[in-house]
Write a protein that binds this ligand. Structure first.
Ligand code: ATP
Length: 509
């Protein structure tokens, strides 16, 4: 994993019609992106894969599509108006703006790099006998770095919790943190910056209502809790799932579609009996990790990060982190949110948000387990783990996107070997048939080898080639993307053969 891979991800995403910069002809809009023809298919397939696993395969989870605009009191109740902030700091010389917590975390990361260097050196010296755990627990320099890391993070967490922004600035100064661009240490005070985008409803300046673009989809679910529960006669435990756009005015937006200002979330809120929440929290942690692993990238791409410092409303929280080209980072959050959200909405709306549980003859405000994943982040995870350069046995190389077949933008490419002798017509008739079941593409331009490479580069799992033999015996060549194995198969058997590879049972069971 490296900068090189990340650069390759960026250029490949653009060159092959996956992701474009928003309004590129006007030099783009920072941290806003558009999905091209291949990207929109991949994104849709990821969304479907999530939706099916959640809604179709759980009798006790139902869907919802709440509006992006919500009554502004929603965001008072949820705490976003008062607390959805990032601490920002400006450098007076470079005029660049940073997240104060990120500057400090980057400093801690540098200490960690020093630790890793020591470990590497020692491993070289001790060879097979090297015991990393023992080394890090006893080596004085490593111990010192680790102690420093702990102290810095602890102090930052405490200061942020108390909203003691002067101390956050003091910490930056004590650590001698310089602007990564200019090297200057001339900092402004730290200020809180609210991440919600504001807008107005109504044309008349006097009576216009201040609104926010939703910063998460979750609140649409909470305010509809009783509507859904009653109309669908849901019994606890049950879940409500939703996918949709969210907006955050991120201070530092970099790393491509990892951190965007407009992005899409896939969230599920699972309502449980108070006291049962930790059991369900553990259940959803495992379920969600299983979902990720079902895609077949391998266990090494995932790890849990259990939160030590919890948000005020949570009694347990963990991230599923993914090995992105720039390291392990949060891909999905699983949070045990207690009854915080429903109780807050009850308080602010004056409407009861309770459930009568016939099994125990009690009325209560349910507790909530949330699973929350960024669709765009998931796209980046799939995209970067799929993109590979391979050296082939004949010494040539190919770029191939080993996108899990069920997510691939195009499932089948149909290719006539030559542009004559009736081969294109046969190929077209295969397209006309298969396109009822799959996203299919037809390509007759260039030599067959080049066409295979083109399909490899966009992750098409199957190529069907029509040649002269097809005219004699109605068989075609079916080439598989990853193994590059080719088999001969009768045209009438194609559909069933391919269909088996996209059967959800083979992925999610
Ligand atoms: P981060 O710490 O990376 O800012 P977060 O903890 O604020 O993320 P949540 O509020 O838990 O994120 O949102 C749930 C999920 O939404 C995240 O796990 C991530 O996949 C996605 N997400 C959050 N912010 C962004 C963003 N700016 N761009 C793209 N995806 C995002």
């Amino acid at each position: 994993m490296s900068d090189d891979l990340f650069k390759k991800v960026l250029s490949h995403a653009k060159e092959y019609g996956f992701v474009f910069q928003s309004s590129e002809i006007y030099d783009g809009l920072s941290a806003v992106y558009d999905y091209g023809p291949n990207g929109v298919e991949l994104k849709k397939n990821i969304r479907d894969y999530w939706w099916k696993s959640m809604v179709q395969l759980h009798q006790n989870i139902v869907g919802l599509d709440a509006a992006i605009f919500m009554h502004p009191t929603t965001w008072k109740a949820s705490g976003h108006v008062d607390a959805f902030n990032d601490p920002l700091i400006d450098n007076k010389d470079s005029k660049k703006r940073y997240r104060a917590d990120v500057l400090i975390e980057d400093y801690v990361e540098k200490l960690e790099n020093k630790v890793q260097k020591e470990i590497k050196k020692a491993r070289k010296r001790f060879g097979d006998n090297f015991d990393e755990a023992q080394f890090t627990a006893t080596h004085p320099r490593v111990m010192k770095y680790r102690e420093q890391q702990k102290n810095i993070l602890q102090r930052m967490a405490q200061s942020l919790e108390k909203n003691d922004l002067a101390d956050v600035k003091a910490l930056i100064e004590e650590l001698g943190i310089a602007d990564p661009v200019s090297g200057s240490k001339n900092w402004t005070d730290v200020k809180q910056f609210n991440l919600m985008f504001g807008t107005k409803l109504g044309a008349d300046a006097g009576s216009a209502m201040d609104l926010y673009l939703r910063p998460e989809t979750a609140q649409g679910i909470f305010v509809n809790f009783l509507n859904v529960q009653k109309t669908m006669r849901m019994k606890i435990p049950f879940g409500i799932a939703q996918t949709g756009k969210a907006f955050r005015n991120e201070i530092v937006a970099r790393q491509f579609i990892f951190r965007m200002r407009e992005f899409e979330q896939m969230e599920m809120q699972f309502f449980v009996r108070p006291g049962d929440e930790i059991k369900w929290y553990e259940y959803w942690k495992e379920e969600r990790l299983k979902w990720h692993k079902s895609l077949g990238f391998g266990d090494a791409y995932y790890r849990f990060h259990d939160h030590e410092k919890l948000a005020h409303y949570a009694n347990a929280a963990a991230d599923i982190e993914f090995k992105f080209p720039f390291g392990f980072k949060e891909l999905e959050g699983i949070h045990s949110r207690t009854d915080f959200d429903l109780s807050q909405h009850e308080k602010y709306s004056g409407k009861k948000m309770q459930y009568f549980d016939p099994e125990i003859n009690q009325r209560y405000t349910p507790y909530v387990i949330e699973t929350s994943i960024g669709l765009d982040r998931m796209f980046l995870a799939v995209f970067s783990a799929s993109l590979q350069d391979e050296i082939l046995s004949d010494g040539t190389s190919r770029t191939v996107m080993k996108i899990p077949a069920i997510l691939a933008p195009t499932k089948v490419a149909v290719l006539p070997l030559l542009k004559k002798d009736g081969l294109p017509e046969i190929a077209q008739s295969i397209v006309n048939d298969l396109q009822w079941d799959f996203k299919v593409t037809y390509d007759e331009k260039d030599a067959i080898g080049r066409r295979y490479r083109r399909q490899d580069a966009v992750g098409t799992p199957y190529c069907v080639t029509v040649d002269h033999q097809t005219k004699d015996d109605q068989t075609v060549t079916l080439r598989e993307r990853d193994s590059m194995k080719q088999i001969r198969i009768h045209i009438t058997a194609l559909r069933q053969h391919i269909q088996d590879q996209f059967d959800l049972r083979n992925w999610l069971k």
